[in-house]
Write a protein that binds this ligand. Structure first.
Ligand SMILES: [Zn+2]
Ligand SMILES: [Zn+2]
Length: 581
C-alpha cells in the first residue's frame, strides 16, 4: 500500500496539475531561482552556447561558432556575444562540452582570449580543443570527462550521459543545483547499433525523469523528419556493397570527426585487401589525434600508404579518404575534381563516395564539384541515392521518446532554426506538455525559473552575432557589411579634386576612377560627362564663395549619385577625395 502511495505521488509530481500548483505554493517561496540564458544556437544551427545561472554562479554549456551567412561578405566566422560573460566573469565556474563539432567548440579560443574558464570535455573533444588552443597560443585548466562521470563545477552537480551522434564521445548533461535540475541533450540521435557499440543511455534518462526534471533543453535539428533516423549500421551495409562490387579505386569524402565511420572505412578496406591513403590536412590531424587517443588501436599502421606514393598501388587495392564532402574550394576532393591535386589524378570508373549530406547553403557548390566529377567519368555515389550517410540528429519519433522518458516541467527547444523550434514545441504539446510550459526563445533572452513558475525576459543580454574577419573580432558590424554589400553590387567610384586652399578654385582637372561599375575603356563618354558634373558642382560652390570641405564632399557625392543612377540605374559607393594645396 505504501508503495502504491509513493508511486502515485511520484507520478503527480511530474505533471503540473492545478492541485499541485496549489500544494507547491509554499515551496515556491523557498525555491532558489535560476536563469537559463542562450547566447547562441536558437533560430540558427550554429554557435551553440547556453548559460545556467544560479546563486551567483554561472555554468556554460558549449561554446560554438557559426559559419557566415550568404550576406556576410568576407566574414570568416561568427561567434556568440560574450558581453554578459565578460560583465559577470567572477561568477563563471566552468564550461562543459557536449561534443567536438565546431558549432559547439569553435568559439572556445575567442572566449578564452577574454576570460579564463576551466573546460570539461570528453577525450576526443578535448583533443580537438587542445589543437585549437595551441594554434591560438592559449592555455586553460582542462578536465577530461567520460559518459557516466558525475562531477562538480562550482555548486553545479553535472552528470555526463552517453548519447549517439555523428562524432565519437557525444554526451548529454544532467545538471543539478540548488535551483533545480536541467537536462541538456546536446546533439543526439537514438542509435541501437552504433559503430562503437555505445548505445545512448536511455535508462539513465528514464531514471532522471523519475527523479524530476525542471527544464529540458533539446536538439531540434531533425524535428521535421518523421520516424526514426537510421542507424550507422545502415552505412556499414552500403559501404560493404560498394567494396564488394568495385575493382577500381574507391575515394570517400566524409567528415573526419566521425571517427567511428572512418574506422569502418578502414576495416572494410582491410577486409577487401585495400591500402588506405589520406588526403586533406584536417583529416590527417583528426586521424592522428584519434590514433593517439586509442580509437584506432586495432588498425595496423601498415594499412596506410602516403598519398604521394599511391601510384605503385593497383586500383583494386586502394581506398582514398579525403576532405571536401562539402565542396570546399581548397579541399582535396575539389582539387582532384579540377585536376589540381598533386598526387591523385582521377581515372575513368574510379568510385567517389560522398559519405555526408550537404550542410544547408552548400548545395550549389557541392553540385559544381559533382558535375566536375561526372565530367571526369568517375562513378559518383551520393547519400541521396544510397545510404552512405545517415544524420546524427534525432527524428521526431526519437524526440518523442526522449520527452516521454524525461517528462520535464518546462521545455526549451534548442539547436534549430526558428521553424524547427516551433515544430519541436508542437511535438511536445502533442505529448501533453502544456504550451505555457514551453519556451521558444531568442538568443540573449533569459528563461527565469523559480520552483513551478517560469517566464522569459526578452533581450536580457545581447544575443547578437559577433563577426570575425581576420584578426578582427566584432569590429565588422552592420554598417561595414552594408558597405561591403553595396561595393559587391555596384562597385566604387572615387573622385579626386585638388583645390586652392586660398581661393577654393580648382588647381587641376578632377580625376575619376571606378572599380566594378563599368569597363572604363568602353565608357569614356559616361566618364567624360561625369567629369563635367564635377566641374559643375565645384563651379556652383565657387559662385557662392566656396563650400566647406564637408559640404562640398556631400554635394559632389549627391550630384554624382544622381547622374550615375540616371545613366546606369546603378548605385555604386561614391568617395570624393578633396585635397587643398
Ligand atoms: Zn554535432
Ligand atoms: Zn550541433
Amino acid at each position: 500500500m505504501a508503495r502504491l502511495k509513493n508511486n502515485y505521488r511520484k507520478r503527480t509530481a511530474r505533471t503540473i496539475s492545478r492541485d499541485e500548483l496549489r500544494r507547491s505554493r509554499k515551496s515556491v517561496k523557498e525555491a532558489v531561482p535560476f536563469k537559463v540564458i542562450p547566447l547562441g544556437g536558437l533560430s540558427e544551427i550554429g554557435k551553440n552556447c547556453t548559460l545556467i545561472e544560479c546563486g551567483g554562479e554561472i555554468l556554460i554549456i558549449d561554446c560554438g561558432l557559426a559559419f557566415p551567412e550568404y550576406e556576410m561578405f568576407g566574414i570568416d566566422l561568427v561567434i556568440p556575444d560574450f558581453t554578459y560573460l565578460k560583465e559577470n566573469s567572477e561568477k563563471i565556474k566552468g564550461l562543459i562540452i557536449t561534443h567536438g563539432h565546431e558549432d559547439h567548440i569553435g568559439g572556445i579560443p575567442y572566449l578564452l582570449r577574454e576570460l579564463n574558464v576551466p573546460v570539461y570535455a570528453s577525450p576526443l573533444s578535448m583533443g580537438l580543443i587542445d589543437h585549437k588552443l595551441e594554434e591560438y597560443g592559449l592555455w586553460c585548466e582542462t578536465h577530461v570527462i567520460k559518459a557516466g562521470d558525475t562531477f562538480n563545477v562550482g555548486s553545479f552537480r553535472v552528470e555526463a550521459i552517453q548519447t549517439n551522434h555523428s562524432i565519437a564521445d557525444s554526451m548529454a548533461f544532467s545538471v543539478k543545483f540548488p535551483g533545480g535540475h536541467v537536462i541538456h541533450t546536446g546533439d543526439f540521435k537514438v542509435d541501437y547499433a552504433p559503430l562503437d557499440g555505445k548505445v545512448i543511455d536511455l535508462r539513465r534518462f528514464a531514471q532522471l525523469g523519475d527523479e524530476g526534471v525542471d527544464l529540458l533543453i533539446c536538439d531540434s535539428t531533425n524535428v521535421m523528419r518523421e520516424g526514426y533516423t537510421p542507424s550507422e549500421a545502415v552505412v556499414r551495409k552500403s559501404i560493404d556493397e560498394i567494396f564488394d562490387n568495385t575493382e577500381k579505386r574507391i575515394i570517400i569524402a566524409t567528415f573526419a570527426s566521425n571517427v567511428h565511420r572512418m574506422r569502418y572505412f578502414m576495416e572494410s578496406s582491410m577486409k577487401h585487401n585495400r591500402r588506405i591513403a589520406v588526403s586533406g590536412r584536417s583529416m590527417e590531424n583528426v586521424l592522428s589525434l584519434a590514433r593517439e587517443l586509442g580509437y584506432l588501436n586495432d588498425i595496423p599502421e601498415s594499412l596506410f600508404v602516403k598519398i604521394s606514393e599511391i601510384s605503385n598501388i593497383p586500383d583494386r587495392n586502394l581506398t582514398i579518404l579525403t576532405t571536401g564532402s562539402q565542396g570546399e574550394p581548397m579541399s582535396a576532393l575539389t582539387r582532384m575534381a579540377y585536376d589540381q591535386h598533386k598526387s591523385v589524378k582521377l581515372k575513368k570508373n574510379d568510385v567517389v563516395v560522398f559519405s555526408s549530406s550537404p550542410i544547408p547553403g552548400n548545395e550549389k557548390i557541392i553540385s559544381q564539384v559533382v558535375n566536375q566529377l561526372y565530367a571526369k567519368n568517375v562513378k559518383v555515389v551520393l547519400a541521396s541515392a544510397m545510404d552512405v550517410h545517415v544524420s546524427g540528429h534525432a527524428s521526431s519519433e526519437e524526440l518523442k521518446l526522449i520527452h516521454t522518458l524525461i517528462r520535464p516541467k518546462f521545455f526549451m527547444p534548442a539547436h534549430g532554426e526558428y521553424r524547427h523550434l516551433v515544430e519541436h514545441s508542437r511535438l511536445a504539446q502533442s505529448l501533453g506538455q502544456p504550451s505555457g510550459h514551453i519556451y521558444v526563445m531568442q538568443n540573449g533572452d533569459a528563461l527565469y525559473i523559480e520552483g513551478v513558475r517560469a517566464h522569459v525576459i526578452n533581450g536580457y543580454t545581447s544575443g547578437e552575432d559577433v563577426m570575425v574577419d581576420g584578426y578582427g573580432v566584432g569590429d565588422v558590424g552592420n554598417v561595414i557589411l552594408r558597405e561591403r554589400k553595396n561595393l559587391s553590387q555596384s562597385g566604387l567610384v572615387t573622385i579626386a579634386v585638388a583645390l586652392d586652399s586660398g581661393t577654393g578654385s580648382l588647381m587641376a582637372a578632377p580625376e575619376i576612377r571606378t572599380i566594378g561599375l563599368v569597363y572604363e575603356q568602353e565608357h569614356k563618354d559616361l566618364l567624360d560627362e561625369a567629369l563635367s558634373i564635377v566641374y559643375n558642382t565645384i563651379g556652383k560652390s565657387t559662385e557662392i564663395g566656396g563650400l566647406d570641405e564637408q559640404s562640398l564632399t556631400r554635394a559632389i557625392r549627391s550630384d554624382m549619385k544622381k547622374y550615375i543612377y540616371q545613366k546606369t540605374k546603378r548605385s555604386p559607393v561614391i568617395i570624393p577625395i578633396i585635397m587643398y594645396v
